[in-house]
Write a protein that binds this ligand. Structure first.
Ligand code: ZN
Length: 242
């Protein structure tokens, strides 16, 4: 018998053990600090060179690129390596699922990635290290080397739409999977949260792993409140064992 397709929707809680704070959740850092939120709001970013200079400096100083995958990321990659078909839909931009060993083509990054930059004019992309090296070398707001356009991180800023292609692929996964695990997300930000409902509507077993209650707990077949770093590996080992 074919192994069931396992989909995971992962949020900020999955990366907390890697030292990455919750930036964009309802109680996240961005929402609590309006000045910081401007740094990741498209309209301000595009309209104000000073906001861009501060945004690049903040990225260079915080060193998110140095973060390492934790036990939860490794457990997801191990499940995939064990032969179970796995797809990851993530609200995180840290790229830690891929660093832990998940094949990039099986990870759908709803909010883009902080590991790359993109030109807002010609849409060329490149590694974030390259842009940050230019910031370190003294270019406070490095322009696109190809067209001179404004560069930004390849993340979805406030005021930007989610990539409809990525969202469509994520919805297809939610419809097709037999098990849908929502981990480290409060399931309050749409349309990501709605994927849990889509999966349940299409017959998937819904499992919520989150320290705090979510609006989908009543719909879930199983709710786990234990810390992600131990709860998710235990859950995924059980799934692998069938
Ligand atoms: Zn360009």
């Amino acid at each position: 018998m074919a192994k069931p397709l396992v989909a995971l929707l992962t949020g900020a809680g999955v990366s907390t053990d890697s030292g990455i704070p919750d930036y964009r959740g309802p109680k996240g850092l961005w929402r609590r600090d309006p000045e910081a939120e401007k740094l990741v709001t498209y309209e301000y970013y595009m309209g104000d060179p000073e906001i861009r200079r501060r945004s690049w400096r903040m990225r260079w100083e915080t060193g998110v690129l140095g973060a390492e995958p934790n036990a939860a990321h490794r457990a997801v990659a191990e499940l995939e390596r064990s032969g179970v078909p796995v797809r990851v839909i993530t609200q995180n931009v840290d790229g830690l699922h891929q660093l832990a060993g998940m094949p990039a083509r099986k990870v759908y990054e709803l909010h883009g990635t902080a590991r790359e930059f993109v030109c807002t004019a010609c849409h060329v992309r490149g590694p974030m290290e390259e842009a940050l090296a230019r910031v370190e070398a003294g270019e406070a707001d490095p322009p696109c080397v190809r067209c001179g356009g404004i560069l930004k991180p390849a993340t979805v800023m406030f005021g930007e739409r989610l990539d409809p292609v990525v969202l469509g692929e994520a919805a297809a996964v939610a419809k097709a999977c037999q098990v849908f695990v929502a981990a480290g997300t409060r399931l309050q930000v749409q349309p990501a949260a709605g994927l849990a409902g889509v999966a349940a509507d299409h017959g998937a077993r819904l499992i919520v792993v989150n320290a705090e209650p979510t609006p989908y707990d009543d719909l879930a077949d199983e709710v786990v409140r234990d810390p992600i770093g131990t709860a998710l590996p235990a859950l995924l080992r059980a799934l692998a064992a069938g």
